[in-house]
Design a protein around this ligand. Structure first.
Ligand SMILES: C[S@@+](CC[C@H](N)C(=O)[O-])C[C@H]1O[C@@H](n2cnc3c(N)ncnc32)[C@H](O)[C@@H]1O
Length: 214
């Protein structure tokens, strides 16, 4: 795996940097995580079955989603140190029985075809060098009747104040990669190239989400 697929600050991260990353997400992006989880629960109802979180980071999002649903979540992360912090966070919350941390790559998901009822990916899309390949993998792993929700918005329940603060922080830290969340044409082009036709684009004030149904 080449390092250019992920931002330099994530690459070959040691445990201290991974813990700093975890702290920064908690300090800065919890409103976006909670807002998106609330939106998912409102829109998709009582979610249960198997969920894969692609690019789960330190599993903060997976933990929130787990608490609000009956899903059994596989939290997939490719950076070892971040994966290790995810393991600690899941254990600390007593959720090891419900969330399984998985060290793996979104380009080659370590799951069987039609494994997941629900696939979530928040804030990881900009990292994917080959976005078409990752969407093909997501579609392969999705069960018939399943839903994938992929993007980088903040959900519809953020306050204007949080929105402004988090958007400034996110766009500053992503630099040019921030365009990934602002370009509808680019996202639709990726979906088309991945041969996915049953999708809809869900906009929010911080970006676009792709909702894929199979
Ligand atoms: C900004 S974080 C978002 C974490 C989490 N989804 C959230 O909402 O807080 C993006 C994560 O995706 C991971 N990632 C990037 N490319 C990946 C890939 N190809 N396979 C698996 N994980 C990947 C990064 O290492 C990073 O931890």
């Amino acid at each position: 795996m080449s390092d250019e697929r992920i931002p330099a600050e994530y690459s070959k991260m040691d445990l201290k940097k991974a813990k700093d990353f975890d702290k920064k997400v908690r300090e800065n992006f919890m409103p976006a995580i909670r807002s998106t989880v609330s939106q998912i629960i409102e829109d998709y109802g009582d979610l249960e079955g198997v969920c894969v979180d692609v690019g789960a980071g330190t599993a903060i999002f997976a933990i929130e989603l787990c608490k609000g649903t009956k899903l059994k979540i596989y939290a997939l992360e490719k950076e070892k140190a971040i994966y290790e912090v995810a393991c600690m966070n899941i254990e600390e919350e007593g959720l090891m029985g419900r969330i399984t941390p998985v060290l793996g790559d979104a380009n080659d998901l370590p799951f069987d075809d039609e494994f997941a009822d629900f696939i979530i990916s928040r804030g990881a899309y900009h990292c994917w060098d080959d976005k078409v390949q990752v969407f093909k993998e997501i579609y392969r792993v999705l069960k018939k009747g399943g839903i994938a929700f992929v993007g980088g918005g903040f959900g519809r329940y953020v306050t204007d104040e949080d929105l402004k603060r988090m958007k400034t922080l996110r766009d500053r830290s992503l630099g040019e990669a921030a365009v990934a969340y602002a370009s509808l044409e680019r996202l639709e082009d990726v979906l088309r190239k991945a041969n996915i036709s049953n999708y809809c684009i869900i906009p929010d004030k911080a970006g676009f989400w792709a909702e894929v149904r199979k």
